[in-house]
Ligand binder design. Structure first.
Ligand code: SAM
Ligand code: DTB
Ligand code: SF4
Length: 339
């Protein structure tokens, strides 16, 4: 067993499957050993989601409540006002989140709405939070404008293996996703890209998805691993309770081993995992979560419950050093003004 935690970009599918299929205790030991070489094992990063543009999306992603093709309860809404984002950002910051991840139900951003997105990035940054956006596909000009606005992370998931992808989405292809990720990476914006477990894909598709990430020229800075949230009115609504939690934990542990410096995020689907299963995810090397009572259109565990779980496990929430600096600077300015 290799516990060196060395960074590699030449993983083969066979190697990844061998890691993922070893006895559970060996897998957990290897993942935890690698994790401790690069991270504080008792610290978790927290991101809060805000749905800045809900519903009516032109894409046909079979898992999603926001696709116009799916008969769900989610209505098409106008894009959120900047002021509302500020209010949600302040709540997230108050609760201790370090990053705000703003999502839009778009195939790609349009010309009319994009300036407001840039404005959102600037104001959220000014509040001392890290910024993340997920807006669908981007062109080079948009990537450049996001970079100039100071965007920290861009989320664009590959979701599953290239072979299984057409069974889930037909309105875009895998290469479209890879191209956007490449543009974002080239511009020097941190990439957040992950997948969904439990859509009917096979074990080998999960290994193949991890191979795709682990053989990128630069591993994504963060890899969200979502457990499918089966939503009424979507083609995957019937997939309820179909995924074994040990299989999910195996994917997290394997992601940790093949991408030792990446933040592995325990993402959607936490409401269906027990506290014990989540603790195993942290032991497997997950060191980030979506934090806050809502994901985009579905529930997430209540923040208070997460805080209790962290206390039981002795886990600290990662501090936002930039936010601390900004607060200290502000306090200094106030002192100067009142002196
Ligand atoms: N429209 C943009 C896009 O698709 O890139 C951004 C928003 S989209 C909702 C972001 C990601 O959320 C998807 O790529 C998918 O991985 C995840 N997601 C959406 N619905 C989900 C569900 N029901 N269960 C788990 N993950 C889901
Ligand atoms: C990611 O990987 N998961 C988040 C975020 N990136 C944008 C979204 C999860 C959505 C879960 C279903 C919903 O709430 O609509
Ligand atoms: Fe649209 Fe994103 Fe939902 Fe796909 S996942 S339907 S692109 S909002």
């Amino acid at each position: 067993m290799n516990t060196s935690g060395q960074i590699r970009h030449d993983w083969t599918l066979e190697e990844i499957r061998t890691i993922m299929d070893q006895p559970f205790n060996d897998l957990m030991f290897q993942a935890q050993s690698v994790h401790r070489q690069h991270f504080n094992p008792n610290e978790v990063q927290t991101s809060t989601l805000v749905n800045i543009k809900s519903g009516g999306c032109a894409e046909d992603c079979s898992y999603c409540s926001q696709s116009a093709r799916n008969q769900t309860e989610i209505e098409k809404e106008q894009m959120m006002e900047v002021q509302e984002v500020i209010e949600q950002a302040l709540v997230a910051k108050e609760r201790g989140a370090t990053r705000l991840c703003m999502g839009a139900a778009w195939r790609n951003p349009n010309k009319k709405d994009f300036p407001r997105v840039l404005e959102m990035v600037k104001v959220v940054k000014a509040l001392g939070l890290e910024t993340c956006l997920t807006l669908g596909m981007l062109n080079n000009e948009q990537v450049q404008q996001l970079k100039e606005a100071g965007l920290d992370y861009y989320n664009h998931n590959l979701d599953t293996s290239e072979a299984f992808y057409p069974k889930i989405i037909t309105t875009r292809n895998y290469q479209d996703r890879l191209d956007t990720i490449d543009k974002v990476q080239q511009a020097g914006i941190n990439v957040c890209s992950g997948g969904i477990i439990g859509m009917g894909e096979q074990h080998k598709d999960r290994a193949e998805l991890l191979r795709t990430f682990a053989t990128m020229r630069m591993h994504p800075n963060s890899v969200p691993i979502n457990l499918l949230v089966p939503i009424e009115g979507t083609p995957l609504a019937h997939m309820k309770g179909k995924t074994d939690s040990f299989e999910f934990i195996r994917v997290i542990a394997t992601a940790r081993i093949v991408m030792p410096q990446t933040y592995v995020r325990l993402s959607a689907g936490r409401t269906t995992l027990t506290d014990e299963a989540q603790a195993l995810c942290f032991m497997a090397g997950a060191n980030s979560i979506f934090y806050g009572d809502r994901l985009l259109t579905t529930d997430n565990p209540e923040s208070d419950h997460d805080l209790q779980l962290f206390t039981k496990l002795g886990i600290q929430m990662q501090q936002n050093r930039k936010a601390e600096m900004a607060t200290r600077k502000m306090a200094e300015q106030v002192t100067e003004l009142t002196a």
